[in-house]
Write a protein that binds this ligand. Structure first.
Ligand SMILES: NC(=O)c1ccc[n+]([C@@H]2O[C@H](COP(=O)([O-])OP(=O)(O)OC[C@H]3O[C@@H](n4cnc5c(N)ncnc54)[C@H](OP(=O)(O)O)[C@@H]3O)[C@@H](O)[C@H]2O)c1
Length: 293
């Protein structure tokens, strides 16, 4: 498995396992332990979660697996996130120093670990003081509770603001990108990341499974092109989507959200597929959202 150096001290597996949907997988702890080992055996050693996933249940379930088999924790890079909360069903953000510090301690407790390898601010917070949030992240890093820090879903302005406040220590932005989502191409974030040699983690690379449902016009258009290319290479369409994401020079790391190992294997298989340069553009414009000028 290829690895990506996101800093001098931390490398992540090129293909990452995402545990957002874990609370719906109905795994026993034993089954989760087996699933985690199967990921590790494949070289997929970076595991992604967040405080808000399953209203904290996902971190708790992962913590139970780490407790059942302590050998897992030392073999992986554990990523979690903070900043999203719910009050009486109302979702909002809180990236204030005290809240970030408290969240991190609570996540460590649920996960049963003494540190996170990477800690991310989950979403852009419109009521955000970059210097206050930076203070929290730098405190956690100094205390050894998190190895590296980063963000998720940030636009270039907020990324730049926090990056300045932490003295250049943000190592990634975890963003959505798939054949029907181009938000970060259109915001200039991809250019910012490429210019600063920062490698993004990519969530919902398969649009959360929507690509395969056939009831969405943009997905149907994108899939028609992807299937043609997949037939040429003799692989499943998902392989082409992962290959398309990993073709980009920004060295993106797709997060696989499936509970099924054969679907995780499709992302790994994509490492062996080398698309033609023009095919990247065919997929880029396939849904009809992007145009080449
Ligand atoms: N930072 C953020 O704001 C953010 C937001 C969302 C997610 N994430 C992270 O990114 C990870 C991946 O996100 P995601 O789960 O949306 O990724 P995804 O891989 O795009 O979607 C996974 C979903 O697609 C389904 N699927 C996969 N292949 C399929 C196929 N051939 N046919 C039909 N359905 C298929 C999976 O079902 P099966 O399980 O049945 O295979 C699963 O429900 C998450 O686990 C989380 O760690 C981060």
């Amino acid at each position: 498995m290829e690895r990506v150096n996101v800093s001098e001290n931390l490398s992540l597996s090129r293909v990452i396992a995402g545990f957002w949907r874990l609370d719906g997988w109905n795994f026993t702890t034993d089954e989760l332990v087996k699933f985690m080992h199967a990921c590790i055996d494949r070289g997929v050693t970076t595991f992604d979660t967040a405080e808000i996933y399953g209203d904290t249940l996902c971190e708790t379930l992962m913590g139970k697996a780490f407790a059942a088999d302590p050998s897992i924790r030392e073999k992986i890079e554990l990523v979690s996130k903070t900043g999203i909360y719910k009050e009486g069903g109302f979702g909002y953000y809180n990236t204030k120093k005290e809240r970030v510090l408290q969240s991190c301690h609570e996540s460590l407790q649920r996960l049963g670990t003494d540190h996170l390898d990477l800690y991310l601010i989950h979403r852009e917070d419109p009521c955000f003081d970059p210097y206050d949030t930076a203070d929290a992240l730098l405190t956690l890093k100094k205390e050894g509770l998190v190895k590296e820090i980063g963000v998720s879903n940030f636009d270039p302005f907020k990324f730049d603001a926090l990056q300045k406040a932490v003295g250049g220590q943000l190592v990634t932005n975890q963003i959505e990108w798939n054949p029907v989502c181009f938000e970060h191409f259109n915001s200039g974030m991809m250019d910012y990341l490429a210019a600063n040699r920062i490698h993004p983690m990519i969530w919902s690379p398969l649009a959360g499974g929507r690509l395969f449902k056939g009831d969405d016009e943009q997905c149907a258009k994108a899939m028609a092109v992807i299937k043609t290319i997949a037939d040429k290479y003799g692989v499943e369409p998902a392989v082409i989507v992962y290959a398309w994401i990993m073709y980009h020079p920004v060295q993106a790391m797709p997060l696989v959200g499936s509970s099924k190992l054969d679907r995780l294997d499709l992302a790994i298989k994509a490492l062996d597929v080398k698309l033609e340069h023009y095919e990247w553009y065919q997929i880029y414009v396939a849904s009809g959202q992007q145009v080449l000028r």
